[in-house]
Design a protein. Structure first.
Length: 261
């Protein structure tokens, strides 16, 4: 299991500068969080690839900037809007392939939109995203996200039933806690469906801390993953406005590598 960090840890630092920071810390893996439409252009994507190629860091996943649009533009009830916006995901999957990454991370639709989104439409549209990823040789994954449909274990189980072998998850510790779900219950339920993981620490008073700063049981976490023969990666995702993020990532990396060795 390789350890990485997300460029989103350094937001609002520009994406290419954030990637340089992750690479300079010597992480094995990086997730690239795109922050603008122009960052999907091939020239910019190749610039990101060159940054990673000059380091020991491999880009493993890509997060589209357009998550805030997905409820109305991808999963909503107006077909023409879907047709107009699906190109963002075609470009995102192509960028993922150009970077040699494996996974595209999707938030999906919010849990309580003004106009309800039927689960059947959600699953149908998500399969269209999956097919776009397959054409590029990448895997489109559902992330569990607070206040989104995917926040609940029950919804993700229903999605797994509907998608079958095409169901793949990105599991995020802090998002499960924010949603009031037990992260270990989530992990145990989907341990054979999880392809990529976002990690952070927590306490009863704070749901997002750098690993080593809270009370989350990372040994139990790894034992469950080892028991499921998990072959994916764990990427640290914290938020820069709350921490001296570079030093915290360095400390977290040292802590987890020692703990999991």
């Amino acid at each position: 299991m390789k350890l990485g960090a997300s460029t989103s840890c350094f937001y609002p630092l520009e994406t290419e500068k954030a990637l340089k920071e992750v690479c300079s810390l010597g992480f094995d893996r990086a997730e690239v969080f795109m922050n603008a439409y122009s960052e999907l252009e091939e020239g910019f994507v190749r610039e990101l690839g060159a940054i990673a190629n000059d380091s020991p860091t491999e880009i493993i996943s890509v997060h589209p900037f357009s998550s805030f649009l997905e409820s109305t533009c991808i999963f909503g009830d107006y077909q023409r809007r879907f047709d107009d916006f699906i190109g963002i995901y075609e470009k995102t999957c192509h960028a993922c392939a150009l970077l040699g990454a494996k996974f595209v991370v999707i938030h999906g639709a919010i849990a309580k939109p003004k106009i309800p989104i039927p689960d059947e439409r959600y699953f149908e549209r998500f399969l269209k995203l999956i097919e776009i990823g397959k054409r590029e040789g990448v895997t489109v994954c559902q992330e569990n996200v607070n206040r989104f449909k995917s926040q609940s274990i029950d919804f993700c189980k229903k999605m797994r039933d509907a998608l079958g072998d095409d169901f793949n998850m990105v599991f995020d510790i802090k998002q499960s806690i924010r949603a009031g779900e037990d992260p270990f219950a989530f992990l145990n339920e989907f341990k054979y469906d999880i392809r990529h993981i976002h990690i952070s620490d927590n306490t009863p008073c704070d749901d997002c801390l750098p690993p080593s700063r809270g009370s989350f049981d990372f040994l139990k976490f790894k034992e469950i993953l080892d028991g499921a023969d998990y072959r994916g990666d764990c990427v640290i995702e914290i938020y820069s406005k709350s921490f001296d993020v570079r030093n915290e990532l360095k400390n977290s990396k040292e802590y987890l590598e020692k703990l999991w060795q």
